[in-house]
Ligand binder design. Structure first.
Ligand code: WTA
Length: 635
């Protein structure tokens, strides 16, 4: 078992050790896991190629560290508590024994379909226990799961399936989200029209809605499971074998398939879970994320289960049946640690105090946030009204790429400060550099957030594109991992994340590449070109503002075009990418060399119509005046 850091002095000591001798440090942590064969060497790395290998030649299976390791002591303890969309429907509680049985059965379903080690399996599912079962079954047979958030469109799903060349898709007939039913299987059917690698589809019955069924390709989960053998021996995996791929948006091009590996990810997700949340035996932990995002991977499934924790998985949304749903769940199960996103907190604030005031939240010990900077108002509301001034808030900074929490308070141990992710986790060596890559050392500095030494949970490559991996993360600043975030280190040495410095916007805690949204807008037959920027949004943190140049406004008029542009983006990427504001413009502000001057558009989108700095390189300055005029009148 991983030892928890329990005092501030303990943190400082551990941190120092992790920097002075990272290899000895991680070796000690890794020894608390079950390896079928111990590693020969802890780490082999350089940030030039780049190459990052941890626990070389170590052999393991991550699911043996979840199941076999815990069964003697916790077989009957709940592993997953599943809370359905409808509060009055029956929940499901799966003990470690029961979850293990389901996982083993599903491994046999997949093996019978010819899916095995190294094959890719796409999972496109609502938040039902079968999602966790499917991912763990993949891990057990060494198949690589690629989970796609079920809010993405058919087109986005197809892109991800094709990039990974998935052989199998696991899905459901439909999914409940508040009062809506999402036609999951229809979306899969549409996606699969363009996916030649997929041989089989396994479908969970959830909504009992009518769906099309292709006898040669589709099968029902429950039918396959009813016949499945209950025994399975875990596949022997190398520490550096791929555990999963998870796609995330970048500033250019298509989403990137972030690759995580079995050994390092296991050690890092488990270690950070235990420490940051100060999980103790018997605690019931609830993370409200969707498993389709990295937060769900690391802190609903792997991190908690590797620690033998009880993790709550929630199918629905925070505002259904009313804005008190999270607090009802906290009360129903006696949640000790609750982890959510600032955007959810802000939307609950906007619904009014009454949903939280009268709830018994006395079980809570720790509150967490993730995904975007938390504004002070939301921090204080969370602290005062949810935590009743007695629960520490862990504002956790990390990324799909880092695999686990990287800069964050350790609950109750590192003193917090609103808006600050505070200090690095042991093993994380942040460095702030200016635009030229010079280190900004000391306190009270601001610049680009990089990390200078590898940690076990970091990504190893981009699926199928190592060159892009190198270019994206290791080429901006030599010999450093570049996060894409801006950061400030204050007079106490605390880190405050300032947001993305690249062309990625963070909408409700979800990353959207502006280029990706622009490409989707440009698909519209009447659109010539477009530029997308973020703007401050009260609930979402950042909203999407699109400046669009149309050739012809006669068809449908301005409003008609805006509506159809929004529809197009929803269809191509998904509802999360839908622009909040669209401004039709005659032209975009471009330099003489044809480059769009985005900083001007960002200012306009923020409602700041002055201080554009040097605009002498603009081809046509009247464009800026026109856009300002349009913005004032229009949006
Ligand atoms: C942002 C989510 C401020 C950041 C785990 C990062 C944050 C991106 C925080 C990664 C935080 C995440 N404070 N910003 N506590 N946590 N971010 O890959 O811009 O979905 O680069 O991973 O979210 O988003 P991703």
């Amino acid at each position: 078992m991983i030892d928890k850091i329990s005092t501030l002095g303990g943190y400082i000591h551990e941190y120092q050790k992790s920097v002075e001798n990272p290899q000895a440090f991680w070796s000690r942590i890794a020894e608390s896991f079950f390896w079928r064969k111990k590693w020969d060497k802890i780490l082999d790395w350089n940030f030039i190629e780049p190459k990052i290998n941890w626990f070389l030649n170590g052999k393991l299976n991550i699911t043996e560290n979840i199941f076999e390791r815990h069964l003697f002591t916790r077989g009957d303890q709940p592993a997953i508590i599943w809370e359905p969309n409808e509060p009055n429907d029956e929940n499901r509680v799966l003990s470690y024994n029961e979850l293990f049985l389901e996982v083993k059965k599903f491994t046999n379903v997949m093996l019978n379909l010819g899916v095995g080690k190294g094959d890719r399996v796409a999972i496109y599912m609502p938040m039902v226990p079968e999602l966790a079962i499917a991912m763990l079954a993949c891990a057990r047979i060494g198949a690589i799961h690629s989970i796609v958030f079920a809010g993405f469109s058919a087109n986005s799903l197809a892109d991800r399936i094709n990039d990974a060349e998935a052989k199998l898709v696991i899905t459901s007939d439909g999914g409940y989200r508040g009062s809506k039913i999402i036609p999951i299987k229809d979306i899969v059917d549409e996606a699969l029209e363009n996916c030649s690698s997929v041989e089989k589809v396994v479908m969970v019955q959830r909504t009992n809605t009518e769906v099309s069924f292709d006898e040669s390709r589709d099968m029902w989960w429950h039918e396959a499971m009813a016949k499945a053998d209950e025994e399975n021996k875990a596949e022997l995996m190398d520490a550096e074998d791929t555990l999963f791929i998870l796609y995330t948006s970048g500033s250019t091009d298509k989403p990137k398939g972030i690759v995580h590996t079995c050994g390092g990810y296991m050690v890092y997700s488990a270690y950070t879970f235990k420490n940051v949340f100060q999980y103790s035996d018997g605690d019931i932990y609830f993370c409200s994320a969707d498993i389709g995002w990295i937060t769900g991977h690391s802190y609903i499934v792997y991190g908690p289960l590797l620690n033998g924790a009880t993790t709550v998985m929630f199918e629905g949304i925070p505002t259904y049946p009313d804005a008190g749903r999270y607090w009802d769940i906290v009360n129903k199960y006696g949640i000790a640690q609750f982890y959510t996103a600032p955007t959810a907190i802000r939307s609950l604030i906007s619904m009014g105090q009454e949903y939280v005031e009268n709830k018994d939240l006395s079980s809570l010990k720790v509150l967490g946030t993730v995904g975007e900077p938390i504004n002070e108002e939301a921090w204080h509301w969370y602290h005062d009204h949810v935590g009743k001034n007695r629960c520490p808030i862990v504002d956790t900074w990390w990324q799909t790429e880092t695999g686990g929490i990287s800069i964050s308070p350790i609950a109750g141990i590192i003193p917090t400060k609103p808006g600050f992710a505070t200090l690095p986790q042991p093993g994380i060596q942040p460095i702030i550099v200016d635009g030229d890559g010079n280190e900004l050392s000391g306190k009270s500095v601001e610049g680009n957030l990089c990390i200078k030494y590898p940690w076990p949970g970091m990504l190893r490559t981009i699926w199928g594109d190592h060159e892009r991996f190198k270019k994206t993360y290791f080429s901006t600043f030599e010999n450093l991992y570049f996060s894409g975030d801006g950061v400030k280190r204050d007079e106490d040495g605390y880190y405050r994340i300032l947001g993305r410095v690249d062309d990625v916007i963070n909408v409700s805690g979800h990353r959207m590449g502006t280029a990706e949204v622009e490409n989707a807008i440009n698909e519209h037959p009447l659109v010539n070109e477009s530029a997308v920027v973020g703007f401050p949004h009260d609930i979402k943190g950042q909203g999407i503002y699109a400046f669009v140049v149309c050739g012809d406004l006669s068809t449908g008029g301005e409003e008609g075009i805006k509506t159809s542009v929004r529809k197009g983006v929803t269809k191509i990427i998904g509802p999360i990418a839908k622009p909040d504001k669209i401004q039709l413009v005659r032209a975009l502000p471009k330099t003489r060399s044809g480059k769009i001057m985005r900083r001007i558009l960002r200012k306009i989108a923020q409602g700041d119509y002055s201080n554009f700095g040097d605009i002498s390189t603009l081809l046509d300055t009247s464009v800026v005046e026109e856009i300002i005029k349009g913005a004032l009148e229009d949006v």
